[in-house]
Design a protein around this ligand. Structure first.
Ligand SMILES: *[C@@H]1O[C@H](CO)[C@@H](O)[C@H](O)[C@H]1NC(C)=O
Ligand SMILES: *[C@@H]1O[C@H](CO)[C@@H](O)[C@H](O)[C@H]1NC(C)=O
Length: 503
């Protein structure tokens, strides 16, 4: 099957945007008064209430249906036979059935080929079933839903160019509420119910082996059931919902294919059984209610994790992380780590390349040398003060970017140990009087040095020939700062901000 390139582009953009947590502002689409929809039953069933479930369905033999109606009835029977309808209410089913059997509700130019006709009409039926089960109580699905138009032209529905099968379903901000039941479709790649008011459990009722992205962000969900039948699911977005306590992964509910799992902005304090997700790469647990030690066990975490997001919790420790032998990026900013941050071989894998610790109340960084691959270290906005001292025991030489902004430092004793350092952020500290770039403390590899906001500095000097790679020197927000001739006149490649610093 040939995919429409536009659709592919959308899927990629979505995956990327959502994995990095971005969401664009959107306008709410109002549903017009003249909406043509399945005749609502006189007393609409309140969602979530118990109801009589669909057990089976037999196409009627003696009914007043004409040939076309009978053909449609056969499609209903075939669908009920091959999909699990045990969570579907009989009343909702009958509403969708009534709409579906009325030939006037369908386009006139239906596919001629029998298989194509069946595929097309089956998906149309699934849309009607999805609508009658899930769109209630003020739901604002667009007014062209359930019109007699080709459903590929209904708002939020996109089909493949060639096959006319549904590729994406967009229910973003449609005023859906209560529980939601998702029915599978043959070639669906992506579905979003972001930004609705769904609550309780999201149920996957029909297999959709093609589905890659299931996006349920920004609702009030507290449960997810049946996901295992989505055997090729890559990204599952459950962020900004109401999951709490332990998030429990079971073999029955989650496919092993998941690579990205977003659980940020819930109320979780545990993650259990995650080992089942043997392909998980990106795990978002930030802004939850994890506290004290974050404990990695082989039972609960797969070794495949590459990026682990834990910022904005109340953690004071990270234990057993060594199990995560593929971990490259670890976000621990905005937690409650204090005093020394201690790296031990038991608790940290050497694979880490980026470690974010800003916004804690640290005063030391101990044992970091173990992290032989570390390139980026964020220690900004902590409580480091006086001299920041680099020792061989505590810092690996691999570091390229060191963020120390917003502390209370007045000295940097680097001993040239960080021989790969390119970016050094010392802005917003308490350096004063003369800042001297000495041969002893600053490696020649430094390309950018940030000293802005150290308002008590009066001058910046460099020993002759030092930091020959330096390209940017930033000194914003320091009244009357002066820079020596060594830096101002003998470094053609160096830019000093602001340039008035050179007398
Ligand atoms: C989904 O719908 C929302 C709201 O109508 C819209 O802003 C967004 O761009 C849509 N996404 C895609 C991929 O079509
Ligand atoms: C969302 O659903 C809850 C019940 O789950 C209801 O109390 C609330 O009014 C709904 N909010 C909106 C904006 O529809």
């Amino acid at each position: 099957m040939k995919l429409n390139t536009v659709t592919i582009a959308i899927i990629f953009v979505l995956t990327f945007a959502s994995l990095s947590g971005g969401a664009e502002a959107e306008t709410i689409r109002k549903r017009k008064k003249d909406t043509k929809s399945p005749k609502a039953s006189k007393t609409p069933r309140k969602k979530g209430k118990a109801c009589k479930k669909v057990k089976s369905y037999k196409a009627s033999k003696e009914s007043p249906l004409d040939a076309e109606g009978s053909r449609l009835d056969g499609i209903i029977e075939a669908l009920v036979k091959c999909q699990d309808f045990s969570s579907y209410c009989q009343d909702d089913f009958m509403v969708a059935r009534e709409w579906f059997l009325d030939v006037a509700n369908h386009p006139t130019d239906l596919p001629k080929d029998d298989d194509e006709y069946k595929n097309y009409m089956t998906e149309r039926l699934i849309l009607a079933l999805t609508f009658s089960a899930n769109c209630k109580d003020g739901c604002t699905l667009p007014n062209n839903w359930l019109s007699a138009k080709d459903h590929c032209k209904w708002t939020g529905v996109r089909c493949f160019d060639t096959s006319q099968q549904i590729a994406t379903l967009n229910f973003t901000r449609n005023g859906l509420s209560g529980e939601f039941t998702f029915f599978g479709m043959k070639s669906l790649l992506w579905i979003s119910t972001d930004g609705n008011n769904l609550s309780g459990t999201f149920t996957v009722a029909g297999a959709s082996n093609s589905l890659i992205i299931l996006s349920l962000s920004g609702n009030k969900l507290s449960g997810f059931v049946g996901g295992k039948i989505l055997t090729n699911l890559v990204s599952l977005f459950l962020d900004d919902n109401e999951f709490k306590d332990d998030f429990i992964i079971t073999e029955e509910n989650f496919p092993t294919s998941i690579k990205g799992l977003l659980l940020n902005r819930n109320k979780l304090s545990g993650f259990v059984g995650g080992k089942i997700l043997t392909n998980l790469v990106n795990l978002h647990l930030e802004e939850n209610e994890f506290k004290d030690d974050f404990i990695i066990t082989a039972e609960n975490f797969p070794t495949s994790i590459n990026i682990l997001w834990l910022y904005g919790n109340k953690l004071t420790g990270f234990v057993g992380g060594k199990i995560l032998t593929n971990l490259q990026t670890l976000f621990l900013e905005g937690n409650e780590f204090k005093d020394d941050f201690i790296i031990t071989e038991e608790n940290f894998p050497t694979s880490i390349k980026r470690l974010d610790l800003y916004g804690n109340t640290l005063t030391g960084f101990v044992g970091g040398k173990i992290l032989t691959n570390l390139q980026t270290l964020f220690l900004a906005d902590n409580e480091f003060k006086d001299d920041f001292i680099i020792t061989e025991e505590n810092f690996p030489t691999s570091i390229k970017r060191l963020y120390l902004s917003g502390n209370k430092l007045s000295g940097f004793v680097g001993l040239k140990i960080l021989e790969n350092l390119e970016d050094l952020f010392l802005d917003g500290n308490e350096f004063k009087d003369d800042f001297i770039i000495t041969e002893e403390n600053f490696p020649t590899s430094i390309k950018r040095l940030y000293l802005s906001g150290n308002s008590d500095l009066t001058s910046v000097n460099a020993d002759a020939g030092m930091v020959s790679q330096l390209r940017d020197l930033e000194l914003f927000g320091i009244e009357g700062i002066t820079v020596t001739e060594e830096l101002c006149n003998r470094r053609p490649g160096l830019t000093i901000y602001p340039d008035t610093a050179c007398a």
